[in-house]
Design a protein around this ligand. Structure first.
Ligand code: ANZ
Ligand code: ZN
Length: 797
């Protein structure tokens, strides 16, 4: 047979669709498998080869599971709200709805041409009001539970996109959408209290199967820190200035305190402070810096001493100066610190710049040069003197501050609450109403969805006001509580809202009574295998774990964690080794590859490129290599023979079944494919194979190259689909070669090799081995060891 991909790919795609081969069954006696891939943002650029690689892993696993007899849910949908579409809409004067529909149609067509085994009957679109009704519903449940609040604060603001960004969306001080520098702006922002879930999100990581680096990144992002809160008296006032420290053991080394420039202490004691002008000037300076800049470890520390206020060290009653400095952040701990220059480098740099005393309390290092941050014996610390390690010293000090009533142990998290609104049109309307007498009131559940009004002009307002604010008929409404005149909230939800729960909707996409039927949730959840990108680890993955955990606490879902297993795909780079980008002109269009080489080649190639999790450059010659491989597979149909000599291939086949089966489970797709390539070579050398062997071969290859293998299956006389035939089984004994070559060591050095039969007698092996290395045997043989099938070792003296 020839590999006529142009004909067979269309043919099988149609057959699968007509026969609904990939539709999942709600409830079944079979075991269930829920495979998930990060649904695409339907951008105008169409699909990228990166999408193909990202989906191919769970695609292969899902196909294997079907063949293993599972009831498989492998869905797809579109995460379609967001700025790129909206910006394009503004530029072209087209409605975002129209653009979204066009892009979804194009993506759908492209995905189908690659032959992914998605269940197309469950497609979702986050911008469909039947979907976002439930996004709004979950939001209102959070509001009801006190997890939604509004605050005016300095926030990350992108001047180019004109939106407030969450911390997750402005990592490294850059806007995630347009990469502009983010500025700090005082704004009234809606927050979701994700911090209330910080500990649960951390604990939940213990029970899931994620790659180590993914867990690590989430742990760092959540950033749990253990330490103590300690109150310092402010001399001449009743004020207790509370600080957070991870190092209460160093309390005797405190020589000054620092508070954040925005700390409320300053305004409270403005009449006592004698240098308010200098302080105000410094505050203004700080507002120009981003939080990112402020937290960088730079030597040149700046700050201003607060004249007129002194702190008192609770341990020894010493008066110490209080400074404001930008390296202390209002949003972490209490916004105030006890400074220990001998043992903290930032405090050290600050003390050097301002001529402050440095008192060493832990032996070690050279504090004439830098802070000593290591462990060691306590000195200058009264009751702690002689303690030899941090752990014990901290425990003892915490006991002391508790006894004195000046503090207690405590924990802090780096993660902050989630700034949850955007001042843009193309997002889910926030279903809240502002009433002059009732305050913020929820839109009643029965009135959901609160639909986006259809408007002509969706440009954002000049100082970042939502376009919805200009639509009087939308804004003006009645208060759901008192019936009086009220105004709607005009901000919309951020891009990450719909994706925070979309995997639940696939389970029951048309339900209009609930986001999904509880019995179906119990049946399908958790997601068994979720693949996606590293860039989502500290955003979408955290957000969706939070929403799901919230729904779990509410009793709406059956598992605390949504994803049992997570895998990560590496980037596909251009042939030049650079990241693919339009401006570099090194982008590969997957449909060009489908046109020229076929979908099966594309699918095989993206998994053959290298380690699945590693970045790998595109290689045209390797694409051609995959194409040739499939041609050779097609050619095997002409080698089928009932000659008993094909039995000689048996071990190769059993080995291949074993290897391909386990490689797929371990995301070692490249070696699975390499195994099949090697097996092809073996078959070609033999010149023939049995029909059963060819069937095993195409079953193993089916998840990677389903069109060609279905075609071969049909040519062998089958009327059912290969895609749902039984995955081949191997017999362990038959995976071992009849004879193998093993090393013969003399005094630990390999001196030769010997061929041994599978169950060969030890003495026979040793006798032959000794003959082979006879000239290397000097003196007397004192030991002879045969590790069956592995190695012979002879020791001489
Ligand atoms: C005294 C001390 C001595 C500290 C020492 C460290 C070393 P993590 O691990 O990140 O939680 N800190 C507390 N609040 C801060 C704020 N709002 N802005 C900037 N720095 C702040 O670090 C906690 C440590 O960071 C705290 O422990 C405090 O300095 C500082 F040898 O207190 B430490
Ligand atoms: Zn009211």
């Amino acid at each position: 047979m020839r590999h006529n991909f142009k004909v067979i790919e269309k043919k099988w795609q149609k057959k699968w669709e007509d026969a609904k081969v990939f539709e999942a069954q709600d409830f079944s006696d079979k075991k269930k498998f829920y495979g998930l891939v990060e649904f695409p943002y339907p951008s105008g650029a169409g699909m990228h080869v990166g999408h193909i690689k990202a989906y191919s892993s769970v695609e292969v696993v899902s196909r294997k599971r079907r063949m293993e007899g599972y009831n498989v849910l492998f869905p797809i949908g579109f995460d379609a709200f967001g700025l790129p579409t909206e910006n394009y809409a503004i530029k072209t004067g087209t409605h975002p709805r129209q653009i979204t529909d066009q892009n979804i149609a194009r993506f759908t067509e492209q995905l189908k041409r690659v032959g992914f085994s998605f269940d197309w009957s469950r497609v979702i679109d986050t911008t469909d009001e039947k979907f976002y009704k439930w996004t709004q519903w979950i939001f209102l449940k959070m509001f009801e539970k006190g997890l939604v609040f509004r605050d005016t604060a300095l926030v990350n603001y992108c001047p180019s996109c004109k939106v407030v960004l969450s911390n997750e969306d402005s990592q490294g001080g850059k806007c995630d959408i347009c990469h502009s520098e983010v500025v700090q702006k005082s704004k009234t922002v809606w927050y979701l209290k994700i911090t209330e879930y910080a500990d649960k999100l951390l604990q939940g990581l213990k029970d899931v199967d994620y790659p180590a680096n993914v867990k690590q990144q989430q742990e760092n992002w959540i950033g749990k820190s253990t330490g103590a809160f300690v109150n310092f008296d402010v001399d001449g006032t009743d004020e207790k200035l509370q600080i957070y420290t991870t190092r209460p053991d160093t309390l005797f080394g405190v020589t000054f305190m620092v508070i954040a420039p925005e700390h409320p202490l300053i305004d409270k004691y403005a009449d006592k402070i004698t240098n308010m002008d200098a302080i105000k000037a410094y505050r203004t300076e700080c507002q120009k810096k981003t939080e990112f800049e402020r937290t960088q470890l730079v030597k040149d520390k700046t700050g201003v001493k607060i004249e007129g206020l002194m702190g008192i060290n609770p341990m020894n009653g010493k008066k110490i100066p209080i400074f404001i400095a930008d390296y202390v952040m209002m949003g972490y701990g209490t916004g105030a610190i006890m400074a220990v220059p001998a043992h903290d480098q930032r405090d050290y740099d600050f003390a050097k710049a301002f001529g402050i005393d440095i008192i060493q309390v832990i032996k070690g290092g050279d504090i004439s040069k830098e802070a000593y941050t290591g462990d060691g014996e306590m000195i200058n610390s009264e009751f702690l003197n002689g303690f030899t390690n941090k752990k014990d010293s901290i425990a003892r000090m915490v006991e002391e501050i508790k006894k004195m009533g000046v503090g207690e142990a405590g924990v802090q998290f780096k993660m902050k609450d989630w700034a949850f609104n955007r001042q843009r049109y193309w997002g889910e309307p926030i279903p809240l109403v502002h009433c002059p007498s009732c305050g913020v009131v929820a839109v009643p559940y029965e009135e959901l969805p609160l639909e986006l009004p259809d408007v002509k002009n969706f440009e954002p307002g000049e100082d970042g006001e939502s376009p919805l604010a200009k639509i009087d008929s939308y804004v003006n409404c009645k208060c759901p509580k008192c019936g009086g005149d009220a105004k709607r909230e005009t901000d919309t939800m951020p891009q990450w809202a719909g994706s925070s729960w979309y995997f639940l909707r696939y389970i029951d996409p048309n339900n209009d009574k609930a986001f999904a039927d509880r019995k179906k949730i119990d049946y399908w959840m958790p997601v068994d295998w979720y693949n996606g990108g590293m860039e989502h680890v500290t955003r979408h993955m955290i957000y969706s774990r939070f929403w799901h955990r919230f729904l779990y606490d509410l009793g709406e879902v059956n598992t605390p964690e949504p994803y049992a297993k997570r895998t990560i795909q590496g980037l596909i780079l251009g042939p030049d080794g650079d990241k693919m980008s339009k401006s570099k002109g090194n982008v590969i269009d997957p449909l060009d590859i489908v046109e020229d080489y076929g979908a099966d080649t594309l699918r095989t190639y993206v998994l053959f490129m290298g380690d699945y999790a590693a970045a790998a450059p595109w290689s045209d010659s390797s694409v051609k290599g995959c194409k040739r491989f499939l041609e050779r597979v097609a050619g095997m149909t002409d080698m089928v023979s009932d000659d008993p000599s094909t039995d000689a291939l048996e071990v190769s086949f059993h080995k291949a079944i074993k290897k391909v089966s386990s490689d797929i489970e371990e995301t070692k797709f490249n070696t699975a494919i390499a195994t099949l390539m090697a097996l092809t070579n073996t078959v070609y050398s033999a010149g023939k194979l049995s029909k059963e062997q060819l069937e095993i071969f195409i079953k193993l290859l089916c998840p990677f190259a389903p069109h060609l293998t279905e075609e071969i299956w049909e040519s062998l006389g089958h009327e059912d689909f290969l895609s749902v035939s039984a995955w081949p089984q191997y017999e362990e004994e038959k995976t071992v070669d009849a004879t193998i070559e093993i090393g013969v060591q003399v005094n630990g050095k390999v001196r030769g090799t010997v061929l041994v039969a599978k169950d060969e007698d030890k003495d026979a092996v040793l006798a032959r081995a000794k003959e082979i290395v006879a000239d290397k045997l000097t003196g007397n043989i004192v030991k002879e060891i045969y590790v069956p099938g592995k190695i012979v070792n002879i020791v001489c003296k």
